[in-house]
Design a protein around this ligand. Structure first.
Ligand SMILES: [Fe+2]
Length: 326
């Protein structure tokens, strides 16, 4: 036994456990200033104009409609009134949809009850949603909150060296999929259809002799907000690095290190001290949506990062989600 490596390993395990417990239990700010409750004036979600909702989104980045009588059909009909183009969920997780509609995705406890760290949706490809829509059909009984973080504030609080580091160096997402996996994830059967999507998404790729797909996508960690000129720290870096840690419930070497990873463009690692500092800021400013039945949450995916709190095994949690481009 290597006596020198044992304490280091123990320290690493302890630190990682601390980091995870800090993420799960830290105090979170509430969402009051973004919430609109049912009132005499607004009895139904159809009492809101699309301009009113987008006015709030442009200003605050988040809208939570609470206490309204809403069904899944209402949620879809309500969101369909907006001028947005709704996207099929290509390139992400494989999930069921509502009545064959590829733009209305059902997220349930069957996808797992583990926590998911902060990220922007689909930042590993060129075309991604500007607006994220969620509806709570079955809210979790305990925990399982959706956590939000304003990427504008996160950027503003970053140390100048960190801002400079990510301005100087682009980041690279590298992914690997066996044939059955890319067919499901990109919802295609042939290589020609796959190539059309990857080219449209500016994703570099090669397909090896066993039909496995290898992709890379190079991009900026700091992006620009859609509704203003503000720089925003928004990407999938923290989420992917979190999944790659040995203590994470999702950790599985073949599923993480070998299938998705993130580095700088020149293949160097993103320093862990930098990640720690960013996580520290997030811990101070994050907000929690403690779901109530029929809640509708809408947020700006060009400004707001989201995460999921873990929840007890075998407890129900069913949300419907949609992604759109305004
Ligand atoms: Fe997500």
């Amino acid at each position: 036994m290597n006596i020198l490596s044992t304490p280091r390993k123990l320290l690493k395990v302890t630190l990682t456990a601390l980091l995870l417990s800090n993420f799960l239990s830290a105090e979170v700010h509430d969402l009051e200033k973004f919430t609109i409750e049912r009132s005499e004036e607004k009895k139904s979600i159809y009492d809101f104009s699309t301009d009113e909702i987008y006015g709030r989104l442009k200003e605050k980045g988040i809208v939570l409609l609470r206490g309204f009588d809403v069904s899944t059909r209402d949620f879809i009909a309500f969101s369909n009134q907006f001028p947005d183009a709704f996207l099929p969920y290509q390139g992400g997780s494989i999930r069921p949809n509502v009545d064959g509609d590829p733009t209305a995705i059902i997220i349930t406890e069957k996808d797992g009850n583990h926590s998911v760290y902060f990220h922007g949706e689909q930042y590993y490809q060129k075309i991604r949603a500007t607006t994220f829509w969620m509806y709570a059909f079955v809210p979790p009984v305990a925990d399982g909150a959706t956590l939000l973080c304003d990427g504008r504030e996160l950027y503003a609080r970053l140390a100048e060296e960190i801002k400079q580091l990510f301005m100087d160096k682009k980041i690279k997402y590298s992914r690997y999929f066996p044939r059955e996996k890319w067919q499901k994830i990109y919802q295609v059967t042939s290589v020609e259809e796959l190539e059309r999507i990857l080219n449209k998404q500016w994703i570099n790729y090669f397909i090896d002799e066993d039909s496995n797909l290898h992709t890379t996508y190079v991009t900026e960690a700091i992006q620009q907000e859609k509704w203003s000129n503000s720089p925003i720290f928004i990407n999938n870096v923290l989420e992917i690095l979190e999944d790659m840690q040995e203590m994470h419930p999702k950790y599985h070497p073949e599923k993480t290190k070998e299938t998705i990873c993130v580095t700088f463009e020149d293949n160097t690692e993103i320093p862990s001290e930098v990640i720690d500092q960013i996580q520290q800021i997030i811990a101070e400013i994050k907000m929690a949506v403690r779901w109530q039945r029929n809640d509708i949450l809408i947020f700006d995916n060009t400004r707001i990062l989201h995460a999921r709190e873990g929840f007890p095994e075998n407890s129900r949690r069913e949300l419907v989600s949609r992604l759109s481009i305004y």
